[in-house]
Design a protein around this ligand. Structure first.
Ligand code: MCN
Length: 775
């Protein structure tokens, strides 16, 4: 409705502030009297700490304190708690050792925090940190996922490094399907480890108010309320009202800024001990050692087909590297909840998945844009490409033959989840047209004439989005009739202010300039789960819709009184309550004003107009789509150029086509980045982190991308009143497989068979040379 309503390409309201330098990011926040902290981190992948001498550091100029793990233990701080109950393969309970904030007698990855130096200035803290004497006795380490089992134990109490196992699907039915198969295609796929590389590296400021006996944490987190709850309940063991968490503008979160990091509790704890605020800003070079990482798994996948190429069964066994510590359910999220899309958009009679979470001397892994969904799509889509090549079938035909038809919706997939709606065959056909796949052979010939190899990639994507967890919204009217909307989700750059004002405009007709947007403050917003899993629009947006419904319901009573009409005759539309069939009416603003004047209210109606909505969906939404891309490879150098990219997506009702496009662009960029160049690399021998800076961790730049052509095939869901499905991860889910699909399509004619990300020029060149050498 109107120029700001749902479906309108509204430019972002927040950009006025952000683009003019008015953002309030974590590093913009400074509190009076604040001290500065530096976290001292392990330089070894695995070592016993025989001694830690803080004497010289403590005496350095400006130093206020040097804290160690022993101090932390003495003060009785707790650790994060898991709620997931899983088992190890032998049936014993899951082994999930949490981080204690500062490691004590043993360090388990390069970057493991071991001490905190607090000084008047950051420079003084850094100088003092250099004076800390740590007596390390290095131990053998393991960083590689494939070598984790049987590698040196990361923990003495878990000799095989297996934290837990997760299983899904029907093992017996799958075995039967494989036994009766015409052919079985087997492959191993490696999904590399990556780091989120936010525009703003993490940070935290802790403050303590001795009068109120209360902490305040300023931190760039995605779930302020849940971080508060964890700090209160697990770490400090105090009621939640004694902690306030404030997240201002967040310079990118991407999943790995979601949760409670050791630095959060350390800043609060140090602030209380020293009686002054303490600030930590993560250095760009500190970020990869300090942050949670993502992905990093090795999968053995098998596809059983009949003589006509129909899929009979899928069997997947994954080793997922969870790092050295498992501090929360989040660290395991990518290893279970999203593997349900391993069967993709295809009709499989049977499937079975087993994921072994393995411990290594690396940073913990955590959800990162897609959190298991890009990994799942990568496996199934590559397996189908490989099957087509092995069986001599056309890969588009093979997909067409096995796609779940729109008429089968709602469809329970072979891993037990229900896709409520979607039109997968249409996504495929539309994308093939949009990408001009018919013109590909000619483009391939043209490339060949220039000595280049051209490949076409294809991937059907589906992901679980907006899972069944609650979210909160509140609409507060002021006595003059203006409104404030308070959301439990947390904007990190997605354009939430715009999205939610559009939803509010659609339902209540409020002019966006009359509405103030607030999120990210646990004192101001009553409740929230936060932003992850592409949930904010679907769940937060519906909560807001529910709150708006309550505003209309109460407003109808007040309007009836103002209009001297029966409540049943009042209709609401376009921000106006009217007596049906007449031209008599009052605006919502008038009604809001009247709500604060008891004399104008009907009997029994409470003064004021502030309504909340808390929505918990009964099941996930299933955004889906088809990606097609083309790469051109120079066989002499191995350089890969992304030349064409088209996709068709279904995110249900589109709230804002412009911000949605931005989400898809960003998501695709994150998938392409991993497919072509990004990778966290450890030295296999020493366990040293080899990619801690932008000199060695390659980030894609604008000129690594081509134009993206985006088509939309929305099938609105009935699971929420908006009809919306999540969108924040959609681009990444398809991008990861489609790029490798194109690279393999270009290289397969040379005999390259097993090739994994990243498709850097060196790796591509090596693969070409190896193929040329092989008989
Ligand atoms: N949208 C729409 N119509 C829909 C769904 C979404 O127009 N049916 C648009 C809206 O503008 C909405 C945006 O897409 O604000 C994102 O919507 P949603 O799917 O609700 O995703 P979330 O807001 O919950 O964001 C989470 C998602 C995730 S999981 C990661 S990771 C990620 C991502 O968002 N991190 C981001 N995109 C990011 N973008 C930025 N700039 N920074 C991050 O950290």
């Amino acid at each position: 409705m109107g120029q700001f309503g749902i479906g309108q390409a509204v430019t972002r309201f927040e950009d006025r502030r952000l683009l003019r330098g008015g953002g309030r990011y974590l590093d913009d926040v400074n509190l009076p009297g604040q001290a500065h902290a530096v976290v001292v981190r392990s330089v070894h992948a695995h070592a016993t700490v025989r001694g830690l001498d803080v004497t010289a550091a403590a005496k350095a100029p400006g130093v206020l304190a040097v804290f160690t793990g022993a101090d932390l233990a003495r003060d009785g701080l707790g650790t994060m708690q898991m709620t997931l109950k899983r088992k190890r393969p032998d049936g014993s309970p899951m082994f999930a050792p949490p981080h204690r904030g500062l490691a004590h007698d043993r360090v388990r990855y390069v970057g493991d925090p071991i001490a905190l130096v607090v000084a008047e200035t950051r420079a003084q803290a850094e100088d003092a940190a250099d004076l800390l004497v740590v007596d390390y006795a290095p131990l053998p380490s393991v960083t590689s996922t494939a070598e984790a089992i049987g590698g040196p134990p990361v923990w003495d109490d878990c000799r095989d490094n297996v934290s837990n196992v997760f299983e899904s699907g029907d093992r017996a039915a799958t075995e039967a399907a494989f036994a009766g198969a015409h052919r079985v295609i087997r492959r191993r796929y490696v999904i590399t480890r990556v780091h989120a590389q936010y525009l703003e590296a993490r940070g935290a400021i802790g403050a303590w108010d001795p009068a109120e006996e209360r902490f305040t944490l300023h931190a760039d987190v995605q779930y302020p309320h849940r971080v508060r709850n964890a700090l209160a309940t697990n770490i400090f063991k105090i009621p939640e009202h004694q902690i306030r968490v404030i997240a201002g503008d967040v310079g990118g979160g991407f999943g790995t800024k979601g949760w409670q990091y050791p630095e959060h509790r350390l800043m609060l704890w140090a602030a209380r001990k020293l009686g002054r605020p303490v600030k930590w800003t993560c250095d760009r070079r500190e970020a990869i050692p300090a942050d949670e990482h993502a992905r990093d798994n090795v999968t053995d996948a098998e596809l059983a087909v009949d003589a006509e190429g129909r899929f009979l069964g899928l069997r997947v066994r994954t080793l997922a590297n969870v790092g050295a510590y498992v501090s929360s359910d989040r660290n395991l999220l990518a290893t279970f909840s999203n593997v349900v899309t391993l069967v993709g958009v295809y009709a499989f009679p049977a499937a079975h998945v087993e994921v072994l979470s393995v411990l290594t001397n690396t940073n913990s892994t955590a959800p990162y844009r897609g959190a298991g969904r890009p990994e799942a799509t990568y496996v199934i889509e590559r397996l189908i490409d490989d099957a087509a090549r092995e069986l001599g079938l056309d890969r588009v035909e093979l997909r067409r033959k096995n796609l779940i038809p729109a008429s089968a919706m709602p469809y329970r997939n072979a891993l037990g989840v229900i896709y409520d709606c979607g039109d997968f065959p249409r996504n495929l056909e539309d994308a093939l047209k949009l990408a001009d796949v018919a013109g590909f052979p000619a483009r391939r010939e043209a490339s060949k004439a220039r000595g280049r190899l051209r490949g076409l990639g294809l991937a059907n994507a589906i992901e679980r989005a907006a899972g069944a967890q609650p979210e909160f919204a509140e609409i507060r009217f002021a006595p003059s009739g203006s409104a404030t909307v308070l959301m439990g989700s947390k904007n990190q750059g997605q354009g939430h202010e715009t999205t939610f004002k559009q939803i509010l405009h659609e339902r209540l007709g409020l002019d966006p300039s009359d509405v103030r947007y607030v999120d990210g403050d646990t004192d101001r917003v009553a409740y929230g789960m936060g932003t992850m899993g592409s949930r904010s629009t679907v769940i937060g947006g519906t909560a807001l819709w529910m709150a708006a419904d309550k505003v209309i319901a109460k407003g109808t009573k007040i309007a009836a009184r103002l209009l001297e009409a029966s409540e049943a005759d009042i209709v609401f539309a376009d921000a106006r309550f009217a007596v049906a069939g007449t031209d008599r009416g009052v605006t919502l603003k008038d009604v809001a004003r009247a709500a604060f004047q008891p004399a104008q209210l009907p009997p029994g109606v409470e003064p004021g107009l502030y309504e909340t909505g808390t929505f918990s969906p009964r099941q996930d939404t299933w955004p889906n789509g088809t990606h097609v891309c083309e790469v051109e490879i120079d066989p002499d150098t191995g350089a890969v150029i992304l030349d064409r990219y088209a996709l068709v997506d279904d995110v249900g009702t589109v709230i804002n086509p412009l911000t949605l496009k931005g989400q898809i662009h960003g998501g695709v960029a994150q998938g392409v980045g991993q497919a072509l160049m990004e990778q966290v690399v450890y030295d296999g021998e020493s366990g040293q982190l080899l990619t801690a800076t932008f000199m060695d961790y390659a980030m894609p730049r604008a000129d690594d991308f081509c134009d993206m052509v985006i088509g939309s095939n929305p099938v609105p869901t009935r699971l929420n009143p908006l009809g919306a499905k999540g969108a924040g991860e959609a681009g990444t889910v398809g991008a990861l497989p489609v790029v490798l699909s194109a690279v393999l399509d270009a290289l397969a004619p040379l005999g390259v068979r097993d090739f994994d990300m990243p498709a850097t020029s060196a790796r591509v060149w090596d693969a070409i040379q190896a193929a040329r050498r092989s008989p």
